[in-house]
Design a protein around this ligand. Structure first.
Ligand SMILES: [Zn+2]
Length: 341
């Protein structure tokens, strides 16, 4: 059983790497992060890690441990496997109102967010397939007290050729509810030629690039491309409201994977030129557990909806967190460059 799961994970990782190579138009497999040894023995990388330590304060140790490892934050399933822990049980999470205008919907392994505006709903990601969209996502939207007929836009956080964990339900939702589907321009290009007959992609309605915005009623999302995990992984900047107070969070679809200098530069732009000046106060991903113990945090919110929101940092903490992310990513790309060739 354990060996089976391990084998599946190895296959999944290998496939992901191969898809990554197709996506970037390269035939060689891309290395996404340095090994522990490469990271630990690079003097320059360790100098940058030490730089990052100044941002920990007495409250960001957990973030530092996640962000400043050789891999950086990764999917909970991979991190647990690396740590020799059993996989998390996969079940559909109780729809969770993570902000006044935003819900998490879907299983523990991967999910979707829905944003309510005064002119309808924006859905971020669609689970794996038509079946999951129809049998898990739509009932979760209804359970949250929302009407799936009001889905006007679907934003796909990213896509890989031949892999449908974020995009698989979009075709069904688009044809059922007439929603317009948006994705990063490079990922449309990479995924459309590789769609499988049993999991057709949605029609390409909207191409997203750095600087793109999407407005529905009183809500405007803005975007930047965050290449690395896939060429068109999106950074999304989302206006949310918590207990009546407006603030901003970001969703980083590609986590913090910076396999090359171009990816690092894009991440640095996202943090320095957008996250910091716009006072972004939270970091999300549609896979729970990448940036925080999301399943526990959502349980906290469900149990105490009038309490503080564990997904939000205060402004000063957030600024340190974004600085820490830059230094740790710089350390990883530096170690990779030193070992390239
Ligand atoms: Zn992915």
């Amino acid at each position: 059983m354990v060996r089976n799961i391990a084998a599946q994970i190895v296959i999944a990782i290998s496939l992901a790497l191969i898809f990554q190579s197709f996506a970037s138009g390269q035939r060689i497999r891309r290395v996404l992060f340095p090994t522990v040894e490469q990271f630990d023995t690079s003097l320059e990388a360790q100098r940058l890690v030490n730089n990052a330590r100044q941002f920990i304060g007495d409250d960001l140790q957990r973030e530092f441990d996640l962000v400043c490892s050789n891999t950086g934050p990764e999917r909970a399933a991979l991190a647990r496997q690396r740590a020799g822990l059993p996989p998390i049980e996969n079940y559909t999470v109780e729809p969770t109102k993570v902000f006044d205008n935003m819900w998490y919907l879907g299983p523990t392994s991967q999910g979707a967010f829905v944003i309510r505006t005064n002119e309808g709903l924006i859905l971020i990601d669609t689970l794996n397939s038509t079946e999951e969209a129809r049998d898990i996502l739509v009932p979760s939207i209804e359970k949250a007290g929302l009407d799936p007929n009001q889905i006007k836009y679907i934003v796909l956080s990213h896509g890989h050729p031949g892999q449908t964990d974020h995009t698989g339900g979009a075709n069904y939702l688009q044809s059922t509810y007439g929603a317009q589907v948006a994705m990063g321009k490079p990922d449309w290009g990479a995924t459309l030629p590789h769609q499988s007959p049993d999991r057709p992609l949605a029609n390409r309605d909207i191409d997203i690039l750095t600087g793109s915005t999407l407005t529905l009623g009183n809500t405007t999302l803005s975007f930047a491309l965050e290449p690395g995990h896939s060429p068109g992984s999106l950074a999304m900047f989302i206006p949310v409201v918590w207990h009546g107070e407006p603030t901003m969070v970001m969703l980083l679809a590609g986590a913090i994977q910076t396999p090359d200098r171009e990816a690092f530069d894009a991440l640095e732009h996202i943090m320095n030129d957008i996250a910091k000046p716009r006072n972004i106060r939270g970091m999300l991903n549609t896979h729970p557990g990448i940036f925080q113990d999301t399943l526990t945090d959502m349980e906290t919110i469900r149990n105490n909806p009038n309490g503080p929101n564990p997904l939000l940092y205060d402004q000063e903490q957030a600024q340190r967190y974004w600085s820490m992310i830059i230094e740790c990513a710089r350390a990883r790309v530096t170690a990779l460059e030193e070992n390239a060739g």
